[in-house]
Design a protein around this ligand. Structure first.
Ligand SMILES: NC(=O)C1=CN([C@@H]2O[C@H](COP(=O)(O)OP(=O)(O)OC[C@H]3O[C@@H](n4cnc5c(N)ncnc54)[C@H](OP(=O)(O)O)[C@@H]3O)[C@@H](O)[C@H]2O)C=CC1
Ligand SMILES: CC(=O)C(=O)O
Ligand SMILES: [Mg+2]
Length: 544
């Protein structure tokens, strides 16, 4: 039988008291040796999930060491704490759970959500909450209360990548039930065992939750994460003008992919001399991520002076039923805007046929469909482009539309590539090819930091757009020389600072900022101020 603890007993934390243990290390203790020891312990673990468990234990024991190790070893540790391994952690969370790592707000808390939120320690230090309802975790579907690690992982990136204080990070999972029978049947399942609520009940819950968040955490920015597509669009529309919030899957992904597309278009134009206005972008997948990116591209094309009508003509969307056309019956609301009105032939359902009809310069995968970009699909892209842009952006890596090695082989090394989850470099005929990672992790830390420092009342579209442009222009000489479309992950703090600067300026231009002292300083003074405000872990890091 599942017993729901009342708020007072949940807050007392009596279940999680610690035994008194010595806090004085052995006489010969050296923190440098201990860093090396922790890395060796991490590397001795046999699989990703074990590494994930180890790192989360280390974070509990010594957060400062954990974050400085993370910053020094981003390329090794981010794929464990974030995609792809965080996907395994979520799917197995009820089984690997050790201790509370974030806040659960349950459907049974309706009517007293304020009390539940008020149990959070360091209330006044809270600045950023990543909130998921577990209904669409990466491309893995409805994982219910097992979704919490996605909020924890995103906040680790805020801390390591943008210097948000660990005590300011609030991971939240809304425990509303799940439609996944496997979890409802699992005796160890950590969440409430019930189906997800109907829309009206969920709306009431969300309204109470957002109001309570504002009362309990007056300085908070809310990042919505991995809500199912209809709810992602709905709650962004309902709350974006009322609260300081944004949706990472719609806006963060839009910003990051626009940025990679701009750099990719420049590289492909070197081969084809094609202006931006001649690009044709085909979205394979038309959910929150696909449509979020399409809208961001459209907004950028308009910002470049194109009419909305012309900008829209550059974009085609495909879902599980094929090319989305306006004459299709029962089309979902979020797909209507980009539904093509200029196609009246028989329904196009095969991706190769769609490519041969559209002749896209860029193929962006946000479908969750592993290996959807077959050799035939890639060949069709090559037939129309000297340097095809192919971005398989679905996460985790097991759901990638195409593997990097295949994309390089099938295009004879010509592909311009970025994937949602990381791939290692690929060597072919003695030449090393380096992939890009088109993941919103490059942009949300900077958007969050800039929103906080400018004390922005809202996150505007212009803040996201400027963040995207700042990311696109952040490549250094070496990254340009290697024809990368995103900067290397080790530079994320510098990148986040530059993105935050662009976000502060955009907030000021939109008059949503509330930090007047930042309005009249030069960009270089503002950049120095932003860097100075970033939290630094103590420890032996050579890089902070
Ligand atoms: N790289 C990044 O930074 C990010 C990546 N993502 C990834 O994007 C993916 C999609 O996320 P999201 O948009 O929220 O999810 P959704 O489930 O809302 O969207 C998936 C889309 O893919 C379509 N699709 C599914 N199967 C097929 C198929 N066989 N053929 C064609 N289209 C298909 C769906 O069609 P239909 O509508 O008909 O069901 C839907 O339009 C996830 O894997 C997620 O991890 C998300 C955010 C950021
Ligand atoms: C990256 C991300 O936000 C997602 O896959 O949902
Ligand atoms: Mg997401």
């Amino acid at each position: 039988m599942q017993v729901q603890l009342n708020v007072a007993s949940r807050a007392s934390g009596k279940l999680f008291t610690k035994l008194p243990i010595p806090v004085v290390p052995p006489p010969n203790f050296s923190s440098a040796t201990h860093r090396a020891r922790c890395l060796a312990q991490l590397r001795s673990k046999s699989n990703g999930l074990e590494k994930y468990i180890y790192l989360n234990g280390l974070k509990e024991r010594d957060p400062s060491l954990f974050y400085s190790l993370l910053y020094d070893n981003m390329r090794e540790m981010v794929p464990i704490l974030y995609t792809p391994t965080v996907g395994d952690a979520c799917q197995n969370y009820s089984h690997i759970w050790r201790r509370p790592e974030g806040l659960y707000v349950s459907i049974g808390d309706k009517g007293r959500i304020r009390e539940v939120l008020a149990t959070w320690p360091n209330l006044h230090d809270a600045r950023i909450a990543v909130v998921t309802d577990g209904s669409r975790i990466l491309g893995l579907g409805d994982l219910g209360a097992n979704g919490l690690p996605i909020s924890v992982g995103k906040l680790d990136l805020y801390i390591a990548g943008a210097g948000i204080r660990p005590t300011s990070a609030v991971p939240i999972c809304l425990d509303l039930g799940t439609s996944t029978q496997k979890y409802l049947d699992d005796p160890l399942y950590i969440g409430v065992r019930r189906p997800r609520p109907e829309a009206a009940e969920m709306d009431e819950f969300m309204n109470e939750f957002m109001e309570a968040m504002t009362e309990v955490f007056p300085h908070l920015l809310v990042q919505f994460e991995d809500f199912s597509t209809d709810n992602a669009f709905k709650y962004l529309r309902l709350y974006r003008d009322r609260y300081r919030c944004f949706n990472d899957d719609i806006q963060g992904t839009g910003g990051v992919v626009l940025s990679g597309f701009l750099n990719a278009a420049r590289l492909s134009s070197d081969a084809s001399k094609r202006p931006l206005s001649d690009h044709r972008i085909l979205f394979f997948g038309a959910g929150s991520a696909g449509i979020g990116v399409a809208k961001q591209l459209l907004s950028f094309f308009k910002f470049q002076g194109m009419s909305e009508e012309d900008a829209k003509k550059q974009i085609w969307t495909v879902d599980s039923k094929g090319l989305i056309t306006a004459d299709r019956q029962g089309i979902q609301e979020h797909k209507k805007f980009f539904a093509r009105t200029d196609y009246d032939g028989p329904a196009l359902t095969n991706l190769v046929d769609i490519i041969n009809y559209v002749k896209p310069t860029a193929l962006l995968g946000l479908s969750t469909l592993r290996n959807a970009f077959t050799k035939d699909v890639v060949d069709a892209m090559v037939a129309h482009n000297p340097r095809p842009i192919i971005f398989p952006l679905s996460n985790p890596v097991a759901l990638s539309e195409v593997d990097y090695g295949d994309a390089v082989e099938w295009t004879d090394g010509k592909v311009i590539f970025a994937s949602g989850s990381p791939y290692t470099p690929f060597t072919r005929d003695g030449k090393k090819y380096e992939p890009g990672q088109g993941n919103n992790m490059y942009i949300f830390p900077g958007i969050g930091l800039g929103s906080l420092l400018s004390k922005a009342s809202h996150v505007t579209d212009s803040m996201v757009e400027q963040a995207s442009i700042a990311l696109a222009s952040s490549l250094n000489t070496d990254e340009h020389a290697h024809q990368l479309v995103y900067p290397r992950l080790d530079r994320i703090r510098d990148i986040s600072a530059r993105i935050a600067l662009a976000v502060v300026r955009a907030a000021q231009n939109a008059s949503v900022d509330n930090a007047p002292a930042l309005r009249h300083v030069t960009d270089s003074v503002l950049l120095a101020y932003i860097k100075e405000r970033m939290w630094q872990p103590r420890g032996e890091s050579s890089r902070m």
